[in-house]
Structure formats: C-alpha cells, structure tokens
Design a protein around this ligand. Structure first.
Ligand code: P6P
Length: 283
C-alpha cells in the first residue's frame, strides 16, 4: 500500500501544477457517461494513468473518464478505480476539486475494497488515505513534501448539512429529512464538489452529505466504483456510516457495470439514524 500512497502523492503534485498552469475549456470529447470532458479532465486522467502504470502490483485501472478498464500487469494484485478530477467544472470558479481512488482486490465491488484515498486541491493540497483496517490519515503538501498531519475520526453527531441534487427533484421524504436537520440547527455547507463537501464533514468531525435518487437521476448521480465506495470506506473507518436510500451499507454495493451509480448518504451515527427514520419503509 505504501507505494500506492507515494504514487498518489506524485499525482497530487502533477495535477496541482496542471490546474495552476493549464488552460481551461472543453476538450471536444465526451466521457463514457456522455459528459463533455474538460481539458483538465483529460490531462488529469493521463497523469494518473502514467503514474499508476509504474506500479507492478496493479492489474488494471478503471477511470471515470474511460469507457473500459486498462490492463497493466497480468499478475498484478489490485485494480484501482479512480475519478481523475471530480467537480472539474468548479475550477473556473476557483473552488476546490479533487481526485478519488478506490483500491480493490479482485473484482471491483464494495466488499473487495482494501484501501481508498482522495486528493483535495484547495487553498492547500491535501491527501486522505485509509486501508480497510486503519483510521484515515490526513497528509498536507508543504514545501513540496507531504507531511502527516493527523488521523480523522467523526464524532457521534455533527453540525453540517450538505444536501446534493436539485431540490425541486427531491422526493417528499428526502425534503422532510433535509428540513428536519435545518430545524435542528444544522448549517448548510454545499459547494457542488463531492471531495471538498465530504472533506469538510470529516475535518469538522461530523454532519450529513446526501445525494439522493431524484426524478432526474433515479439511481442517484454519483458513481459507485470511483466515488461512492471509496468514500464509504473512509467514512466507516472514521467511525461514521455510509448507506444508500434502501438503508443498506454502501460497502455492500456490487455494480453490474463499471459506471453504475447509487444514491448515497455519508455521515456521523446520529445523522445516518435520521436518514433511516425518514427513509425506512418509504420509496
Ligand atoms: P449537483 C460534481 O459534478 C459531482 O459529480 C460531485 O462532485 C458533486 O457532489 C455532485 O456532482 C454535485 O451535483 O447536482 O448537486 O450539482
């Protein structure tokens, strides 16, 4: 795992540089989900592919920006699924964005994730890395070196409410859940970037991030392999919880296609119990 973390540190420095130096704009291409690609999406994907290709224990890599997996080493142990630059459209507004990695042993699915990590490109560049047996660790880039800052654990209850999705498309019970949290005094914290919004909750010690199934996105918007399952491991290892709209653990997800999506709720104990209160026996 150490060499994967070192590779992610190299990736962070290179993508930071690309964000600072490269022009923005569209790449005249679309990804496998039919979304128009920004030049930075394509550039970030190439940087990650180059760096991960140096690792001999990686069997294959699967990118949100590519239709199918890229085989690397026949005898490799791990498959890495990644979102090269999540929320890239926020760069032109100078908001924080991130890269997300899930390390899977054998077939990529919830129960096979053995490590996950994200890079956040904000006022500072930071990395959070966890395995399935450790507590997530925060690293910070200082003077071109990553220093280990601290372990991240969630309290049993937080103060932040980070509700994703277009509100007019929310189901009635989801709207009631979100409004209940605001009635209890939670503060709205939502940037539209999954990485900074979830990082915010982890750093502040608790809260709820939700991206429900909506009329426009009946299976939710966020992708299982590149976004949801990696963050589910991080939240559970930080003493939090991560469930879908059926109140099943997100780490039990088994995608049938590499680009499958899911509804998702990440948070502290108290907030996830609240989700269950409003979602159990409701469709
Ligand atoms: P909405 C960014 O496009 C993204 O994929 C995630 O980073 C983010 O959490 C979500 O979409 C935001 O979606 O519909 O709330 O703008």
């Amino acid at each position: 795992m150490e060499e994967i973390l070192e590779s992610i540190k190299n990736i962070a420095v290179e993508i930071k540089s690309a964000i600072e130096k490269e022009e923005l704009g569209y790449a005249n291409s679309s990804n496998s989900s039919g979304e128009e690609q920004l030049k930075l999406d394509v550039r970030s994907d190439k940087i990650i592919e180059k760096e991960l290709s140096k690792l001999k224990n990686i069997k294959a890599i699967i990118s949100e920006e590519k239709e199918s997996q890229l085989k690397l080493n026949e005898n490799g142990e791990y498959i890495i699924c990644y979102d090269p630059l999540d929320g890239s459209s926020l760069v032109d507004a100078n908001l924080a964005v991130g890269s997300i990695f899930g390390v899977y042993k054998n077939t990529p699915k919830g129960e096979n994730i053995i490590a996950s990590s994200y890079i956040i490109y904000g006022p500072r560049v930071e990395i959070v890395f966890t395995t399935q047996t450790t507590t997530p660790v925060l690293y910070r880039l200082q003077n071109n070196q990553f220093i280990r800052v601290k372990e991240l654990t969630l309290n049993s209850k937080g103060k932040l409410n980070s509700p994703g999705g277009t509100q007019k498309d929310w189901k009635s019970h989801h709207k009631e859940l979100i409004e209940e949290l605001f009635r209890e005094g939670y503060r709205l914290r939502y940037s539209g970037g999954m990485v900074p919004d979830l990082h915010h909750i982890l750093i502040k010690g608790g809260g709820l991030f939700s991206y429900p199934a909506t009329i426009k996105n009946p299976k939710g918007k966020l992708r299982q392999l590149f976004e949801i399952i990696p963050f589910a491991l991080i939240f559970e290892r930080a003493n939090g919880k991560a469930i879908d709209e059926s109140c099943n653990r997100l780490l039990n997800l088994t995608p049938t296609h590499i680009h499958d999506r899911s509804s998702c709720f990440f948070g502290s104990e108290y907030e996830i119990e609240k989700v269950k209160e409003f979602y159990e026996n409701r469709k």
